[in-house]
Design a protein around this ligand. Structure first.
Ligand code: ADP
Ligand code: MG
Length: 587
């Protein structure tokens, strides 16, 4: 409930504004609300998902034109065109996303620019849409006999929809689906290896953002009662993105602040500059651009994060995590059974053979250590087994079935879970939520349950499980710390908790003890022994020989991409090849 307080306060402020402000200001505020609905979608798409779209104005235009054409030519009331607008925007944005989401970086941006340009010319060129003159005399929106005629009524309607959209998106971000979305920008490889369908998440945010844009367009058409192509141009699409970024694309409130600031700034410059330097040229656009550049210098993440930092309110607010029964676990293989069997694994990078015909078996309930000098090919082997990299050759079997070529998402869903040598976590997200990403596969709640907050029972179970795993690795008092603020050793421990949250049968740990203090290493060793005794198979890369030799049941030694020895720790330590490899490496 405390979560909703700011939104309720905003609602009250809107009521006060409607009662107190002159119609002129209410009209400006209505435009701000309409723009904020669009840039809210961009906060989701760009700020959270890392996908920049310059083409959102095209979807605003789609909503506006569709409703304008239907309501003028077929004489449908505006409310009846809304389902059509929503359906068309869902289908078209889904198709558009399927085509473009595979593109990355600037290719995606260029595609949205091309789309924004072509939509603008389409709106102007369609014969039934009135060409450049557009369509006028659109009906006013009316609901159950009430016509939204006054500036007050339009303002309240637009801002109610805006507030509902903010609540619904804040529901979304605070959920299993939302964690997957928040991992898209900087953690796609990690997310896939936690069983998250990153492509599906991208499609979801594309559709949600476009639905918000066309909803804003629909409102605009019947509030303005006139449409022509110019408000849906590429320049406007760029401005929506500006709004999200200036306000702070990481926060939903950024959309609101950005829309307000950009709209006010432009209004003010249009009124102020001509009186200062004459009305000879359109200087306001140039001055606007300069102000925006200066703001990006001063507050690169946008205004909201800057204000939060200045007022000392940055960081994550802790919440209570209710205790809940543990999630059901998958049946484990009996101890001693071979769960992972690799034969003749081979991988080259250009001319360098990083893995040359490596074979090994891993059994349920054992700790197998993979050791060898730097560059021996250990991490590459992990990447091949976990599907993060494709092998050139080799057989990879998990519990008797081939996993070669399945990809990291499918492999992790089977129960092979890993940590990374170079930690991959979401630094701005809390420790608890980072670990909950590991439990993604164990929940089912989808987009709609998340938007409407129907996922609370399952979410409580996932968070309780994540909390349990965080406590197991000894970070129970840091649940709500930003993961990026932890010491490196703790970040490694967090990765282990995240892998454990996935209910692994095989745990692949790449240098888990690096950066840990002596006491922490002993705690880690105790945890790994306990997991082994529960029947988990652990494959471990580690450089601390003392740690390895005390902990491992068996050791495999690699050098130059090849397995050079395998056996009990005592045997391996005496092996002449191994001694030579290590002494050679030390020289
Ligand atoms: P280890 O983990 O044993 O230190 P790695 O598996 O990381 O070794 O690396 C083995 C060799 O493969 C090294 O020479 C490394 O430079 C090379 N290598 C690893 N990953 C890549 C990659 N993605 N592209 C090119 N070369 C790589
Ligand atoms: Mg390595």
């Amino acid at each position: 409930m405390r979560r909703l307080l700011p939104f309720a306060a905003l609602g009250l402020a809107c009521v006060a504004a409607a009662l107190l402000l002159l119609p002129y200001y209410l009209t400006i505020l209505t435009y701000i609300g309409l723009a904020a609905i669009v840039s809210l979608g961009l906060v989701l798409l760009t700020g959270q998902g890392g996908l920049s779209s310059f083409g959102q104005a095209a979807y605003v235009g789609l909503g506006a034109y569709l409703s304008a054409v239907i309501s003028t030519s077929l004489h449908w009331p505006p409310l009846a065109t809304l389902p059509v607008v929503l359906l068309v925007s869902i289908v078209s944005s889904y198709v558009g996303a399927v085509i473009t989401v595979g593109l990355s970086g600037h290719y995606l941006s260029l595609a949205t620019i091309a789309f924004g340009l072509s939509a603008y010319f389409l709106f102007g060129g369609l014969p039934f849409a009135g060409g450049q003159t557009g369509l006028s005399d659109l009906p006013r929106l009316s609901v159950a006999g009430f016509e939204f005629r006054t500036p007050q009524a339009s303002f309240i309607l637009v801002w109610c929809i805006l507030i509902v959209a903010m609540v619904v998106l804040s529901n979304l971000l605070d959920s299993r689906v939302g964690r997957a979305i928040r991992a898209l920008k900087d953690g796609a490889t990690m997310a896939e290896s936690m069983g998250i369908d990153t492509r599906g998440s991208k499609l979801q945010i594309f559709v949600v953002a476009c639905v918000l844009a066309s909803l804003s367009g629909w409102l605009y058409a019947h509030f303005q009662r006139f449409v022509n192509p110019s408000p849906f141009s590429l320049a406007q699409g760029i401005e929506y993105l500006f709004m999200a970024v200036v306000g702070g694309a990481a926060s939903l409130w950024g959309a609101l602040v950005g829309a307000g600031l950009v709209t006010f700034l432009k209004q003010w410059l249009q009124g102020f500059l001509p009186s200062l330097i004459g009305s000879g040229g359109n200087f306001e656009t140039a001055v606007f651009g300069i102000i925006i550049i200066v703001m990006f210098q001063l507050a690169p993440d946008g205004l909201i994060p800057a204000v939060r930092r200045l007022t000392g309110r940055a960081g994550i607010r802790p919440r209570a995590v209710a205790d809940a029964p543990p999630l059901s676990t998958r049946p484990r293989a009996p101890r001693g059974e071979v769960v992972l069997s690799v034969r003749q694994a081979r991988k080259s990078f250009g001319g360098l053979v990083a893995n040359r015909d490596v074979s090994l078996d891993l059994r349920a309930g054992e700790i197998l250590a993979l050791i060898g000098p730097n560059g021996a090919g250990k991490s590459t082997f992990f990447n091949l087994v976990s599907g993060t990299l494709d092998a050139d050759e080799g057989h990879f079997e998990f519990k008797g079935s081939s996993i070669r070529g399945l990809g990291s998402r499918a492999i992790s869903r089977l129960g092979l879970n890993r940590t990374f040598q170079h930690v991959r976590l979401l630094p701005d997200m809390s420790v608890l939520e980072n670990v909950a990403i590991g439990a993604h596969r164990r929940g089912k709640a989808g987009l709609f349950s998340a938007l409407l907050r129907l996922d609370r029972t399952e979410e409580a179970l996932l968070l309780a499980q994540a909390k349990h795993e965080v406590e197991r690795i000894g970070l129970g008092d840091q649940l709500w710390t930003e993961a990026g603020a932890l010491a490196l050793g703790q970040q490694r421990a967090l990765e282990i908790a995240r892998a454990l949250a996935a209910d692994p049968q095989v745990l692949l740990l790449d240098e888990p003890a690096a950066g840990l203090r002596h006491g922490e290493k002993q705690q880690l060793a105790a945890l790994l022994r306990k997991l082994r005794d529960e029947g988990i198979a652990i494959l471990l890369v580690e450089h601390d020989m003392d740690f390895v030799m005390r902990l491992a049941d068996r050791v495999v030694v690699m050098q130059f991409g090849t397995k050079i020895a395998e056996g009990q720790p005592e045997e391996v330590q005496k092996d002449p090849h191994v001694l030579e490899a290590y002494l050679g490496a030390a020289q």
